[in-house]
Write a protein that binds this ligand. Structure first.
Ligand code: XMP
Length: 516
């Protein structure tokens, strides 16, 4: 069993970052809402060696503010409170927290005292950290020393080496904080004495072991889409259950250029995995005929996918398990914005992969506890090519939401080629990895152009490229003009039926990333 850290969430926007930083340090951790019963349960059943209390939007000075449950202290493990977590610790132990007139947001300079276990190894005394708080600790509780002050004179850290309880007013998990990773590493590796076992090779080994335990000799089926999660899952399951894995790949006719062939080449030919390819373009296109409302299109595509998948799965004898590429951000027990914990945050996107429970299959979800960056790391470790593991996301409904209005085969064929030019040029110019998501959109409007001596009256292609961390907000990518010029010339020059290319300069909000 891996050593672990329990992260108690008080609703901070940075809680998942704390977990990712710990995992980067090689330490396994899980997040639970502060009021969730499962938190202490997890700590008791796993090899939990320390606890981190996250920040949060509330004020401990208010009545009924979220608090640290007594059972957490009963675990008798080292504790690190961050921001709200430090204030809640101070209040619990009888110190004073006040609503200050000085609030600190963004960069702040602090001076630390090296005379405590948490900071003793840091190479500098003065450095810049990331703050985001209104309340502050005015008097630390008994037994705690002031371990750092900000240049504004506010308490920036507290320490009690005897009980091994520490508090940071700043956010070490945010990369803007100098030595943030060192401080978190010091806490989990040296103070909690967690072994740094959480490496890609070990994650794979554990996932294989658990999957074998769960599925035994039974058959597993997987909807393979060619996206990162399902590809990594296929490679992992191949190692875990080998011949007992059957993948179903549905070519909806709404995929990128040559996607179907590439998926078959990679998984069936190269890796020898059992993949059933279903060419369902006709079914999707006829179901979409005459439909132009985006939500109707999504529903139709989702329904067709499920029907086809169920039909194919029904032909597979002895299928007992359905593998799904659920990842950790989809299942985290989060406190949300201080709502009291226990709430399950579920992916809000209607994914085409959302298959019905009535299929009578048990679920196997080997990526369930992994962050996307970990899924990518194990994909690389499993030998998948870099281009596949670091692919931009592609929406379940595919080109169905990138062809505005009614979907037609001609439009899809034209869009596939334009998109392929854009993406291959991004790769060739070393810009692909600098954007988070990029694609072409087909606009079913005609615009006048002049080509050679003739007048053209053809369709418009829009290019979209964004930079984002979480896809909830996004900036349009400032791609170089020369690059855009080159892509635009190639599209109109090589694809008959297009007369104009436009670049989308809308952020999210107000626009969404996809056009529909
Ligand atoms: P929006 O357009 O909502 O997109 O700003 C945010 C992210 O979600 C993807 N997206 C979808 N993914 N099914 C999916 O699986 C969908 O219906 C869907 N709609 C949008 C989008 O590509 C972007 O990465």
């Amino acid at each position: 069993m891996d050593d672990a850290v329990l992260i108690l969430d008080f609703g901070s926007q940075y809680t998942q970052l704390i977990a990712r930083r710990l995992r980067e340090a090689g330490v396994y951790c899980e997040i639970f809402g502060w009021a969730s019963d499962k938190a202490v349960d997890f700590a008791q059943k796993s090899a939990t060696k320390g606890i981190i209390l996250s920040g949060g939007p509330e004020s401990v000075t208010q009545k009924d503010a979220p608090h640290i449950p007594a059972a957490i202290f009963d675990l008798d493990k080292p504790i690190l409170g961050i921001c709200y977590g430090m204030q809640a610790l101070t209040q619990h132990f009888g110190g004073a927290v006040e609503k200050g007139t000085t609030r600190e947001f963004g960069h702040a300079n602090i001076v630390i005292d090296h005379g405590n276990e948490l900071f003793s190894q840091l190479p500098e005394e003065n450095f810049s950290v990331w703050m985001s708080h209104g309340d502050h600790v005015t008097t630390p509780a008994e037994g705690f020393s002031i371990a750092a002050k900000s240049h504004n004179g506010l308490v920036a850290a507290i320490a009690d080496d005897v009980r091994k309880i520490y508090g940071l007013q700043f956010h070490p998990e945010v990369t803007h904080s100098a030595f943030g990773q060192d401080i978190l590493g010091r806490f989990v590796l040296d103070i909690c004495q967690c072994a740094a076992t959480w490496t890609p090779a070990h994650i794979i080994e554990t996932a294989i072991e658990n999957t074998r335990l769960q599925v035994g000799n039974k058959r597993v089926i997987l909807g393979l889409s060619g996206g990162v999660d399902s590809s990594v899952l296929a490679a992992l399951l191949d190692k875990a259950v080998g011949g007992n894995l059957t993948c179903i790949f549905v070519d909806t006719g709404l995929l990128r250029l040559n996607e179907g062939d590439l998926v078959m080449e990679m998984f069936a030919e190269h890796m020898g995995i059992n993949v059933i390819r279903v060419n369902a373009e006709e079914k999707f296109l006829s179901a979409l005929k005459g439909v132009d409302d985006p939500e109707d299109k999504r529903k139709i595509i989702g329904r067709c996918f499920i029907e086809i998948f169920e039909e194919e799965a029904g032909k597979i004898e002895n299928a007992a398990f359905l593998a799904q590429g659920t990842i950790y951000p989809d299942v985290i027990e989060s406190a949300g914005a201080g709502t009291g914990g226990g709430a399950h945050v579920i992916k809000s996107h209607h994914n085409v992969g959302g298959l019905p429970a009535e299929m009578g299959l048990d679920l196997v979800e080997p990526l369930r506890l992994l962050f996307k960056d970990e899924v990518r790391k194990i994909g690389t470790e499993l030998g998948l090519p870099h281009d596949m593991v670091y692919r931009h996301p592609f929406p379940g409904p595919g080109l169905g939401v990138r062809i505005l209005g009614e979907v037609k085969k001609d439009y899809a064929d034209l869009l596939r080629r334009a998109d392929d030019i854009f993406i291959s040029e991004l790769r060739a110019h070393d810009l692909y990895d600098k954007t988070s998501q990029a694609f072409a959109v087909f606009l079913p409007v005609k615009s006048v152009g002049v080509m050679g001596d003739g007048r053209a009256y053809d369709y418009v292609i829009a290019l979209r490229a964004v930079e984002t961390i979480d896809f909830m907000t996004a900036k349009w990518a400032h791609l170089p003009y020369d690059f855009l010029d080159h892509v635009s010339r190639r599209i109109v020059g090589e694809i008959r039926g297009t007369s104009r290319v436009v670049y989308d300069i809308s952020g999210k909000p107000p626009a969404t990333i996809e056009w529909e």
